[in-house]
Design a protein around this ligand. Structure first.
Ligand SMILES: [Zn+2]
Length: 283
């Protein structure tokens, strides 16, 4: 599902603050989602924060000055280090949740169709895709897995809205689409509005992650197995993402469902299959 909004990121701060009011954590602001904590280079401790069980006290494993961190090839994350504002949690390149092997690309991803075709997949190139996008991609550090929440029938009935957008959000809404038959639709080579606010926009935001909108109604909401998905579509989803990972150097830890990456937690339900099963299939 597509999302792009400043308002939701503002709401995010409110939610985190409200959940932390009775915390015994070292800082109210360090009571955050455990997955978010790990991506930012921290360790989570249960029992110190109020709210849902996934909201835990996050402590950075490596607090460093921002400039020193980035000079050594790391990525800095705010909010989980005590002290002055320049002290942030530094994730080094060796950490699969960190900057990894992905390099800045600052270009249109005009190789998308070839990458998928070489993996043996059926690919349809939507006319004009190589120049379509909201500017170039800064990097490809993450891949976000979506479903369209579209019509119940048809191969890829959401193509037009993914390409052209909606009245409130201009297209493209993702670079790639995946039909019910397992066919891939290459829609845009540039930045696309699929992510909205995420746990770490430097990895999963629109400038740094590829979005894939797979055709599905998205109902019922489910996190177990993939029984609501055609097997041929599921297998193609796995194979295509593996090819993209190999081409851009994206580790499996940075292939997230929109429901895992979106903030605040619970903002998005997609995809309605098990992301743990999906990542296990990626190997
Ligand atoms: Zn989504």
């Amino acid at each position: 599902m597509f999302r792009n909004g400043l308002l939701t990121s503002m709401l995010c701060l409110v939610v985190f603050h409200a959940r932390a009011t009775s915390a015994k954590c070292w800082s109210d602001n360090a009571c955050i989602d455990a997955t978010t904590c790990a991506v930012r280079g921290g360790s989570s401790q249960a029992g110190l924060c109020s709210g849902a069980s996934h909201i835990r006290c996050c402590t950075c494993n490596n607090c460093m000055d921002v400039a020193a961190c980035e000079a050594s090839g790391g990525t800095s994350h705010s909010g989980i280090c005590p002290g002055s504002a320049n002290m942030r949690c530094c994730v080094k390149g060796s950490n699969p949740s960190g900057i990894g092997s992905s390099k800045p690309v600052n270009r249109m991803l005009t190789d998308l169709a070839d990458i998928l075709r070489k993996a043996g997949l059926n690919v349809v190139e939507e006319p004009g895709w190589k120049t379509r996008g909201h500017g170039v991609m800064a990097s490809v550090k993450g891949i976000l897995i979506h479903h369209t929440a579209g019509p119940a029938t048809g191969e890829y009935p959401s193509l037009r809205v993914v390409r052209d957008g909606r009245p409130d959000l201009s297209g493209p809404l993702s670079q790639l689409g995946l039909g019910r038959s397992g066919t891939w639709y290459v829609i845009a080579a540039g930045r696309s509005y699929h992510a909205g606010a995420t746990i770490d926009d430097s990895i999963f935001g629109n400038s740094n992650s590829i979005g894939i909108e797979a055709e599905a109604t998205g109902t019922p909401v489910d996190n177990v197995g993939h029984k609501h998905w055609p097997e041929v579509q599921w297998e193609s989803y796995v194979r295509g993402v593996k090819a993209l990972q190999a081409a851009y150097g994206v580790p499996t830890a940075r292939v997230l469902g929109h429901k895992e990456a979106a903030v605040p937690a619970g903002r998005k339900p997609d995809p309605n299959f098990s992301m743990n099963e999906f990542r296990a299939a990626l190997g």
